[in-house]
Write a protein that binds this ligand. Sequence first.
Ligand code: DQA
Length: 155
Amino acid sequence: MIVHVLNGPNLNLLGQREPGLYGREGLEEVAARCRSLAASLGSEVDFRQSNHEGELVTWLHECGADVASGRSVGAVLNAGAYTHTSVALRDAIVGASVPVVEVHLTNVHAREEFRHHSHLSPVARGVVVGLGATGYELAIRALHDLARDHGPLEE
Ligand code: DQA
């Protein structure tokens, strides 16, 4: 199986960007952690990052097609700031029937008010916030458990 891990804007700067908040681990290290956990579950990670909303929409469509064909368990999605602004990403999750676990490195609820609302949470299978890169690992495990227990297509 594949597990998609999709990262949104500014996450390419992880490690340099506000390290007091986001830590010193770079995105490549997060990817390595994801690959190693997925391998222990017998899966491969398709790990991507984009600063462009439309590209993330396209990737969600691709993930939905892979889920429909039984090749993917779904997507871990850290949409960065698009979480708080993007109706297009929400529509892509619903339109392409993607099982998504929304992840945020930081506890968005303990931060500025504008980060408290997510357009994605109501259409996500689950949400993990505030646990750093461990959140990605928990989300990967959850997507595998959900696919095994309910079948990848069931919402
Ligand atoms: C983030 C939280 C968002 O509010 C922010 O815009 C990000 C990162 C996180 O992982 O904590 O870019 O998604």
